[in-house]
Structures are given as C-alpha cells and as structure tokens.
Design a protein around this ligand. Sequence first.
Ligand code: APR
Length: 241
Amino acid sequence: MSVLDLTQPRAWIAEATGVAVLTGAGISAESGIPTFRGPGGLWNNYKPEDLASPEAFVRDPRLVWEWYNWRRELVSKASPNAAHDALVKLEIKKRIYTLITQNVDGLHDRAGSGKILRLHGDIWRLRCTACGANWPDRPVPLPKLPPHCQCGGVARPNVVWFGEPLPDGMMKEAEHAVESAPVLLVIGTSANVYPAASLIPFAKQSGAKVIEINTDDTAYTDHVDCALRGPAGELLPALLA
Ligand code: APR
C-alpha cells in the first residue's frame, strides 16, 4: 500500500504491545544534517574509502579527522527535529520499545530518547587505537588533530567504518528487539547498508508489520506493509499523534 492514508498504520501502532524503530540519516535531514546518498548526499562529494574506512585512517588520520571535525561542527549547530521528538513520545507510550539507529550524530540522545541501540557508534565518543579505551568527547572544534589518548595512542572516532564489524552482540540485541515488537518503523534509511538493512526482512519473517517513512522509495519498499512518502518531520508527528 503506498498512500498517505494513516488510518491503517496508526491502528497497527496503537494495537501493538511493542514497537521497534530503525532510523537512518534521513531523520536528521530536516535538522540540516546531509544524508549520505541521494540528492546532496555526502558520498556524492566524498569517497567513503578515503574518509570512513580503517585503511583511510592508517593512510591519513589527519584528513579523516578534518572530515569528522567538520561533521561534529555541523551537528553541534543542529537541533533535533519534530521526528526525533515524536519518537521520544512514542517511547513513553510503549512498554516494549527500542530505537535502533544507524546515525552517529547523537540527535536522538539530545531529543531525549532513552532505549537506543547505536549500530554505527557515536561521533561524540573517541576510541584509542592503541589501548582501546573509549570516552565521551564534546569540544567543537577539536583542539588538536588527530586527538590522542592519555596513553599517548592516536584516537579515532568511536564509529563503525566500512569493512568493520558492528560492536559484539549489537546485532543480536537489535534482532531481539525487532522480534519482540509487532511493529517496525523504518525511518529515513535507503536500506542499502548491512547488517542494519537485514532487520527489515528479519521483521517480516518475525511476523511484524513494517511501516516505512521516507521521501523516496528504498531497497525494501516492495517488501514493507505500508510505505508513507514525505518528510519524517511532518509524517511522524501526524502518524503518532
Ligand atoms: N524524511 C524522511 N526520509 C528522508 C528525508 C526526510 N526528510 N530526507 C532524506 N530521506 C531519505 C532518503 O530518501 C534516503 O532513502 O533518507 C535516506 C537516507 O539514506 P542514506 O543517505 O543512504 O543514509 P542511511 O540509510 O542512514 O545510510 C546507512 O551508510 O554511509 C553509511 O554509516 C553510514 O549509517 C550510514 C549508513
């Protein structure tokens, strides 16, 4: 079904004992944060292999940090939007609720979401490439590039780069959350990146209703139960009102 009729998806959400939510860069687009793919997407202007891979970091840690410093500055000037806020209200209403995000921008946290699984890490945490320590880090701009750990090791952003596995147990936790919820909301993701995107067919196999909110078709539009087209900042408050 591909209409802007909210009656059915609203009923599914209202009846559901629990809801799982999968978000991507599109939910932060209305906060002024560029997405990765599609019009104006970061990967149109930058090569992920030059900026978001362990090889790139070994090759040129300063270049990688200049890019993350720029993204941190962008995010620090942004605010959560109505879509982030609507999810905070949904979390309060639902006994069983998990927000699974691919975003590293921290806008869900700033909106007040609690039950968050950060599949791809957090741009506001650093990790030491020598001792493995990781810690919260907020200065904008970063005083020194690349930043270093107290042990002297070079620090990297605590995010998951292309070719790297997700943190141990993270995918199991996400699958368990999806399995436990009769509804999966998929918001602002092109569903091209794995293993995150695998949660959509996994939800279908678990018998859940999958509701997609996106301004455009995605890799899984033909497999979801309801595809709502429009900006998340407008559609989500209307859907969850
Ligand atoms: N509301 C809803 N959806 C939107 C909006 C909006 N205002 N603006 C854009 N979109 C949609 C686009 O149509 C697209 O389908 O958001 C999606 C963004 O897709 P991507 O840029 O591919 O981002 P995402 O799916 O989160 O990427 C996954 O890839 O680059 C890596 O690690 C990075 O976590 C990221 C992962």
